[in-house]
Design a binder for this molecule. Sequence first.
Ligand SMILES: [Zn+2]
Ligand SMILES: [Zn+2]
Length: 400
Amino acid sequence: MVKETKYYDLLDVAPDATDAELKKAYRKKALRLHPDKGGDPELFKEVTHAYEILSDPEKRKIYDARGEAGLSEQGGMGGMDPQDLFSQLFGGAGGFFGGGGRPSGPRKTKDLVHRVSVTLEELYKGKTTKLALTRNIICTKCKGRGGKEGANRSCTTCAGRGIRVTLRQMGPMIQQIQTTCDECNGTGEIIQAKDRCSNCKGKKVVPEKKLLEVHIDKGMKGGQTIYFRGESDQAPGAEPGDVVIVVDEKPHERFKRQEYDLITEVEIDLLTALGGGQFAIHHLDDRALIVHLEPGIVIKHGDLKVIPGQGMPSQRHHEPGDLYIKISVRFPDTINTESITQLERALPPRNTIEKFDKKVVLEEVIMSDADSRQRRGMYNNHDESMEDEHDEGRVQCANQ
Ligand SMILES: [Zn+2]
Ligand SMILES: [Zn+2]
């Protein structure tokens, strides 16, 4: 039995959640709430704090027994930067969001994340694209020292640590606050203006333009990433991070993609649906697929057909996906009354009217088209093809 459930509620988990469940829940929430994704920064902070407490077995024990009050009696650290915890969990500094954050292992510079927008045609055929980016490289003139040899002095304000720690008494607890040293901008070193390298102005690094060749493989999907290891910024005493290319798949006007399958919609006329014929599908490469419809086989409105192997190519040369075709049949608005006898010969007979009990009064009525306002009311959130289906239904209802 836990004293409070606030932190569990923030993560949408039960108080008996396992560590794995907690982590999963936090990932899900944090991805949605991350300020870089337009989430609420305050809520993101709260959720991160809740996870920080619950993922620490000691702190969780205290929270379960005595609630939030129990934790503040413990005193201690002022809490972790939510960005940092987020980065730890999602791997690498900044992860997909390009945000700040200090990695915990050997120092590594931030990953550079670029999104590349590609069409479905390009994903179908594969594509090589060149990407120009600017990154920092170690200054060759001073070899990353920032100035003359021996000109670097340890910063006295922060004792060369680059951070300043201040303690603050808040009621019963002492809070420890870490800030970047503003004297040395967190580098821990000071170089006198006259000793600074003229090439990098003492910054130790200089910007460099670099051209990367990005191979978009056949069959890649939106959200997939391409890594260029160690191609991010260089910095003295740090390992360069990666350049991460994120593939963005543009929506297509003719095809929808579902993993390796493609879905398209084809409209055929009533005569073709009943009497056979053909239609064409312009594919994602320079081909048009011609589909023959056998006379004598009826294609119905709403039928779903499939052409095997005509979906997206698979990335690792396995079986390609399939092409699904949603068929709609276009009905004529009117028909020549003289041809109706021919239709009567060709089609199954009409449905006869239902036999009613003698008590039921038969009343003849007039049916007309519903206007667009009425239709909207009836079929809100439905697309055109849905309306067509309902049209048929409505005619049947009125016949009864
Ligand atoms: Zn230099
Ligand atoms: Zn300093």
